[in-house]
Design a protein around this ligand. Structure first.
Ligand SMILES: O=C(O)CCC(=O)C(=O)O
Ligand SMILES: [Fe+2]
Length: 347
């Protein structure tokens, strides 16, 4: 695991082939993703409710970037700080204690694992410079007693945090539904009952040579919607816009929101799930916590009927989400192009 590695030298198992290296000097510093203030009162004028302004901003960000940050989102700042501390403390536990959670079995409810990239024939896989810790966050009463007992505050803080994030993700999905011209509960209904909600902590220790490694390889999220809390003052997350890598620099008390593949499918391609990655740095530890909201494997997915007409024929076929998950795991270790496998060829 990355944390066991001496900082003085980079073990060859982490070194990427030249064509996969992050080329940090080429990352654009000019562009940034939108920052949206969710405080509706801010936009209310002359009896006009601020909601429509926010819907418009969210919708535009979903169409153009697939990524945005939100401020004044209603989740208490102190709770976010406590959650970041709890997840960081978990990753900082002695390796022997963390080992009980380590598993390569992806059906495990709670698991610690490392990402890798498949190397070419006959070569060893390349490890990402990170650790990931993942578990469900719904139904909460079934998850809490499986969560770590150490650090001692983890269960309690996570429980409170997950409740807040449930409210926030619902609000975001209703803003997006309105942005698509649909009833406000449309996306939540289409994603369906018993949604698959996973939380994933990502831990990126300082790395001796950030030019040769990645913390998380290029991917789009396979779920519907993701809200990420990240360490303040440490950059690492990057997203492609207009073919260029752009850094998603942390904004105080903000969440990064990004769309997953299922929203791209449901919106019939109007909203985008966009490629992103995490790079490493030499000086500072970076931690992030992603809350994934996605459909149950049994749920049928496909473009929402109201969004299909003569001018907008369906871009994707219908499928059961379990099929999508299978394709996702089949492409493990590669630069995944999962949603493309569900695209209708007549477009
Ligand atoms: O560390 C980050 O900010 C990226 C997290 C992410 O993209 C993921 O967990 O899918
Ligand atoms: Fe992601």
């Amino acid at each position: 695991m990355a944390s066991d590695t001496s900082l003085a030298s980079l073990s060859p198992t982490y070194i990427l082939p030249e064509d996969m290296r992050p080329q940090l000097s080429k990352v654009s510093t000019l562009k940034s993703i939108p920052i949206i203030d969710l405080n509706e009162d801010l936009y209310s004028q002359n009896g006009d409710h601020g909601l429509s302004r926010i819907v418009h901003q969210v919708s535009q960000a979903c169409e153009e970037y697939g990524f945005f940050q939100i401020i004044n989102h209603g989740v208490p700042e102190e709770l976010c700080q406590k959650m970041l501390t709890a997840i960081t403390d978990f990753f900082n536990l002695p390796s022997e204690e963390k080992a009980q959670y380590f598993s390569t079995d992806r059906t495990k409810q709670v698991r610690l694992f490392n990402y890798h990239l498949k190397a070419s024939e006959g070569q060893e896989n390349i490890k990402m410079w990170s650790e990931a810790f993942s578990h469900n966050w719904h139904p909460l009463e079934n998850c809490t007693n499986l969560l770590p007992k150490n650090p001692p505050q983890y269960r309690e803080v996570f429980d409170e945090y997950a409740k807040e994030m449930g409210r926030l993700t619902n609000r975001l999905l209703s803003l997006m539904s309105l942005g698509l011209g649909l009833e406000k509960d449309c996306l939540v209904k289409k994603i369906g009952d018993n949604p698959r909600l996973r939380a994933q902590g990502n831990y990126y220790p300082p790395c001796p040579d950030p030019e040769l490694t990645l913390g998380l390889s290029v991917h789009t999220d396979l779920n519907a919607l993701t809200a990420v809390l990240q360490s303040e003052g440490v950059t690492g997350l990057q997203v492609i816009t207009d073919g260029k890598w752009v850094s998603v620099d942390p904004v105080p008390n903000a969440f990064v929101v990004n769309l997953g593949d299922q929203i791209q499918v449901l919106s019939n391609g109007r909203y985008k799930s966009v490629h992103h990655r995490a790079v490493t740095n030499k000086e500072k530890l970076r931690v992030s916590l992603a809350m994934f909201y996605g459909p149950n494997p049994d749920t049928w997915m496909g473009p929402i009927e109201e969004l299909i007409d003569e001018e907008h024929p369906p871009v994707y076929r219908r499928y059961r989400h379990s099929e999508f998950l299978e394709e996702f795991f089949r492409q493990e270790g590669t630069r995944r192009m999962v949603k493309d496998a569900f695209q209708l060829r007549n477009n």
